[in-house]
Design a protein around this ligand. Structure first.
Ligand SMILES: Nc1ncnc2c1ncn2[C@@H]1O[C@H](COP(=O)(O)OP(=O)(O)OP(=O)(O)O)[C@@H](O)[C@H]1O
Ligand SMILES: [Mg+2]
Length: 401
């Protein structure tokens, strides 16, 4: 069956859309990528999202919830058209939405309790209405309600796509935030470990923007970083952030690594009279160091490091990672036959597929949730008949026929 996944991460660069074929295998699902596409956010929308995350009003949350829903729906329709498919070919959409708040350890409200909050906007009703396809969204909320971080969720799909019988693998996603998934050789889902390691592209993009007064938003291909020299004291300062040494389960976002954090890094670089290239090289090395340090929480050795996400296209960052992770072999996801730009969007297609079957995809050992729970909120499409299946563990989850 064909399913579609939509994802926009902390970099706020745009919507990744993936269409996958999912077949139930004997032991696990078989997932094949059919098409993928990224639709960049219009610059004005990106600016408004950044402002919303910084200090938004309720009105702005509501307006952007609908606007992001429209952009996601547009990305889905265009990808379906370009794949020469029609909306009728797609069974279900899984939409991550755009995170505007992620504080898994936020302060509890007096007298009410748990302060775990993670909000993704991009109204699934808009997506279901524009496409006619049943849309599942809000995947993080249920894990958080079950006492988890609500993140990371993609390890479930990393296990599907990258598990090896012999080699122990570390899957590294270089997104706005970097996260790692540990897959010990021959291990099952219960052996998977994963967590965020700290900032990644949001630091590199932020330093570029700060140094150029917003004229350049990205060090394309890492050409500047690759030319720079690492300033060891600046790199070590990056490691002193409390998040870096916090034990997993842990996840983070722009709330903890905000514009002030990025501006502060750039200010420290200027105080040391570093060039932009040196500041970027030092940041790349700091990011690589954070990823490498995460090994202290892994129960076994790492044979292969497999890298995806936008940062895999940054030469400076990849060189730093290779240096830090030596002698482990560091390779791109493409080397093992997986499109590294599409993995996260593919994951949300799989999550939607599992949501309507009542299958949990959160891994309690990863997120810290009390139990596996079925994730997602369903906006029915035009053709959908939702029937409550009445599973004991998930009485409100229906299946789409
Ligand atoms: N050609 C490139 N050269 C250098 N950096 C790139 C290139 N292409 C993308 N990037 C970086 O990757 C970022 C986008 O990566 P990606 O989409 O994986 O992150 P994301 O949307 O934050 O996802 P998430 O945090 O959920 O993993 C861009 O903001 C940019 O910093
Ligand atoms: Mg992105």
């Amino acid at each position: 069956m064909k399913c579609l996944g939509l994802m926009s991460g902390t970099s706020l660069d745009g919507v990744d859309c993936a269409i996958v074929e999912i077949r139930p295998g004997r032991a696990a699902l078989r997932v094949t990528l059919l098409a993928c596409r990224t639709r960049p956010y219009p610059p004005a929308l990106r600016r408004r999202l950044l402002a919303l995350i910084r200090s938004g009003t309720t009105e702005e949350v509501c307006r952007l919830h609908v606007a992001v829903g429209e952009v996601f729906a547009g990305a889905a329709c265009r990808t379906i058209r370009q794949a020469k498919l029609s909306t009728g070919d797609i069974e279900i959409i899984g939409s991550h939405g755009q995170t505007v708040w992620h504080r898994p350890r936020g302060r509890a409200l007096p007298g009410v309790g748990a302060g775990r909050a993670s909000l993704q906007i991009g109204d699934p009703s808009v997506i279901a209405e524009r496409t006619g396809i049943t849309t599942v969204a809000d995947f993080r909320a249920r894990d958080a309600a079950a006492g988890g971080e609500g993140a990371p969720l993609t390890p479930y799909v990393h296990h599907l796509l990258f598990q090896s019988r012999r080699a122990s693998r570390l899957i590294v996603n270089l997104g706005g935030i970097a996260n790692v998934t540990y897959l010990p050789g021959g291990g099952g889902l219960k052996d998977v470990l994963a967590f965020d390691t700290g900032p990644c592209n949001l630091l590199l993009d932020g330093v570029m923007a700060a140094a150029t007064n917003g004229r350049r938003l990205m060090d394309r291909h890492g050409l500047l970083a690759a030319r720079g020299r690492v300033c060891d004291p600046l790199m070590r300062e990056l490691l002193t952030h409390a998040f870096v040494s916090r034990r997993p389960p842990k996840s983070t976002g722009r709330e903890e690594f905000d514009e002030r954090y990025v501006r502060d890094v750039w200010r420290r670089a200027k105080r040391r009279r570093l060039s932009l290239a040196d500041a970027l090289a030092s940041s790349c090395d700091g990011i690589a160091h954070m990823i490498h340090r995460s090994r202290r929480w892994l129960p076994g050795p790492v044979d292969e490091v497999i890298v995806g996400g936008g940062g895999a296209r940054n030469r400076g960052l990849m060189t730093a990672l290779r240096r830090r992770c030596a002698p482990s072999c560091v390779m791109s996801m493409e080397r093992v036959g997986v499109n590294g730009k599409a993995v996260e969007a593919m994951a949300f297609a799989v999550f939607a597929y599992q949501a309507v079957r009542g299958v949990p995809v959160n891994l309690p050992a990863v997120t810290g949730a009390r139990a596996p729970v079925v994730l997602g909120t369903i906006a029915p499409g035009r053709r959908a008949t939702l029937r409550v299946t009445g599973r004991a563990s998930s009485p409100s989850v229906g299946s789409v026929r």
